[in-house]
Design a protein around this ligand. Structure first.
Ligand SMILES: NC(=O)C1=CN([C@@H]2O[C@H](COP(=O)(O)OP(=O)(O)OC[C@H]3O[C@@H](n4cnc5c(N)ncnc54)[C@H](OP(=O)(O)O)[C@@H]3O)[C@@H](O)[C@H]2O)[C@@H](O)CC1
Ligand SMILES: Nc1ncnc2c1ncn2[C@@H]1O[C@H](COP(=O)(O)OP(=O)(O)O)[C@@H](O)[C@H]1O
Ligand SMILES: [K+]
Length: 509
């Protein structure tokens, strides 16, 4: 699903009106109906108590006025407060005229901020995608008053004060909502950690906006939902054999971290690899062979870390990093891997690599090695590892820009991990993942992801981006399936590996 800018959202609005021969008020009515339907499913009249709608002067306020009317008709006890402005939009005026007289309406002023008791349900319809500048004056005072009130807040389209695709100066206020109900497409602001305290849980409602306009829009931002990966995993042909699905090499583990190799290997096998060989330090040989009998194992001559690169000739993809440690000998292995991979081919392409964890940290310390990365290498840094590869980011938006630049410059697929993990492509696209949950914030989750990505990169049937996107999505989906059984607190990384099969099956052609 595409993520559009505020300007594109406005054009989308107009395109929909033209294409479907609507009035803009009719489109606003759809938005209000979608909001109200969602609201009624959240709280009934009794649970809601009095509902206060705060309305700004534009179409976001217009949505609020229309929703107030519809909720009143549904039997909710409504109150409306209007933020004064020199002019109001035409559809605002339309809905103001049609507001039932039974609903009390007050004008907001510095002297008369609306009373908001703790627990009141407030619908924030002050500003939406038309926010033109940071909040100041009365609007800022109102938002501070609302945030101090400890009300239950539902934001319409986007919490007022948040920009759709840009950061706000730090001192600015924005509404802190528990829920944000948005229309048509998700907003970039929803996907960034710095906005989580404002956005709360977000919901995107389909209001029949022009699919043709969306299809024709250019954007660097995408949201990987179920539809984006549907059918991404080709069905297995009747006469396929283990060679069909690739032979992967995993370089992982050091003394005390052999578990990382075990987890990555299990995930790789569950990811459908044909054959898996793991290079582990000498101390890991028995552990590994006992824990993952389906994989082959090449013990390193060193007992505590990996010091020598096996011959790469038999392999269709190589993963390196989980539990690797940062010994100088392992750095030399990484360097040799990068040099050799560029010259080795699988499926007539540079040997696919997946680089994670300490291998990323080593790259960060020796940035001259970045120039050796073969095209379409998959790197999976969490924000700290990404900072070591690049520079500290000013904020989440700046980090996205660094991510985009890095992926373009290095012609790699770079996955910035976390909630809504963001996959950057060599062409400058950013794909935010929709699956996963905070139960996955547990040691080893990333190792499982590396193993799964390795399996999918070894599968010659998948293009590099498809493999990475499917891997990230299925990893999160496996985490969601696992959490449904164990709860988030009880989830451990091995559970994610266990559910990779069911998660991948959902994406099978
Ligand atoms: N597109 C869609 O798909 C659909 C969109 N819909 C809805 O429309 C919303 C967008 O409406 P919108 O464009 O009228 O903008 P909106 O957010 O109401 O704000 C503009 C007003 O605020 C003012 N203003 C701005 N910044 C300010 C500030 N800092 N401090 C003070 N004032 C400030 C600005 O005044 P000005 O800048 O001219 O002074 C203007 O009056 C969208 O979020 C969604 O809810 C749905 O109805 C249908 C489907
Ligand atoms: N709050 C969250 N929501 C969704 N996914 C998460 C969340 N926290 C962590 N994850 C996922 O779990 C994995 C954690 O990886 P990483 O930080 O490398 O952990 P480790 O090094 O312990 O294996 C990533 O894929 C990340 O996207
Ligand atoms: K709003």
């Amino acid at each position: 699903m595409k993520i559009l800018t505020a300007a594109q959202t406005r054009e989308l609005d107009q395109a929909t009106i033209r294409e479907q021969h609507l009035t803009s008020a009719e489109l606003m009515e759809r938005a209000a109906e979608a909001l109200v339907e969602w609201f009624c499913s959240l709280l009934d009249q009794e649970q809601a108590g009095e509902v206060l709608v705060l309305c700004g002067p534009g179409n976001n306020g217009g949505d609020g006025l229309a929703a107030a009317r519809l909720l009143h008709q549904a039997g909710y006890q409504m109150r409306v407060a209007l933020l004064p402005a020199e002019t109001q939009s035409a559809d605002w005026q339309h809905n103001r005229l049609h507001l039932p007289e039974a609903i009390p309406v007050a004008d907001i002023s510095e002297q008369q901020l609306p009373a908001i008791l703790p627990g009141t349900v407030v619908i924030d319809a002050l500003f939406g995608t038309g926010l033109a500048r940071p909040l100041a004056g009365l609007a800022a005072a109102l938002v501070a008053h609302l945030n101090a009130a400890r009300a239950r807040v539902v934001a319409v389209d986007i919490p007022s004060g948040l920009f759709t695709e840009a950061p706000q100066p730090r001192e600015d206020v924005a509404v802190r909502a528990q829920h944000t109900v948005s229309f048509g497409t998700p907003k970039l602001a929803f996907l960034l950690p710095q906005n989580a305290e404002f956005v709360g849980e977000w919901h995107v409602k389909d209001i029949g906006l022009s699919q043709e306009f969306i299809a024709g829009s250019t954007t660097p931002w995408y949201y990987t939902d179920e539809a984006a990966v549907a059918g991404a995993l080709p069905a297995r042909a009747q006469f396929s054999h283990k060679g069909t699905f690739g032979h992967a090499l995993l370089l992982a583990g050091s003394r005390g971290k052999v578990g990382a190799a075990v987890l990555a290997a299990r995930a790789c096998l569950r990811g459908g690899v044909g054959l898996l060989t793991a290079r582990v330090p000498g101390c890991g040989y028995d552990i590994f062979q006992t824990s993952v009998p389906e994989a082959m194992c090449l013990a390193d001559p060193q007992p505590n870390f990996i010091s020598a690169l096996p011959d790469l000739q038999p392999y269709q993809a190589v993963g390196i990093g989980p539990g690797l440690g940062q010994d100088a000998a392992s750095l030399a292995v990484l360097q040799q891997l990068l040099q050799t991979a560029a010259a080795t081919t699988a499926h007539q392409k540079p040997l696919p690599l997946v680089i994670d964890a300490d291998a990323l940290n080593l790259l960060g310390q020796h940035r001259e090695l970045l120039a050796l990365l073969p095209e379409n290498t998959v790197l999976t840094p969490h924000p700290k590892e990404f900072e070591r590869l690049t520079e500290p980011a000013r904020d989440d938006y700046h980090r996205l820009e660094l991510l985009r630049q890095f992926a373009q410059q290095r012609r790699c697929l770079v996955l910035l991990k976390g909630a809504y993990s963001c996959l950057a492509t060599p062409t400058g696209e950013l794909h935010f993942n929709s699956t996963g949950n905070p139960g996955m914030a547990t040691g080893g989750s990333g190792d499982v992801l590396t193993g799964l990505l390795l399996a999918l990169r070894a599968d010659a049937r998948l293009l590099p981006f498809q493999a990475a996107q499917l891997g990230v999505y299925a990893h999160g989906r496996a985490g969601d399936l696992a959490a449904a059984k164990t709860g988030q607190a009880g989830l451990i990384a091995g559970d994610i590996a266990h559910y990779i099969g069911p998660a991948l099956r959902e994406a099978e052609a």
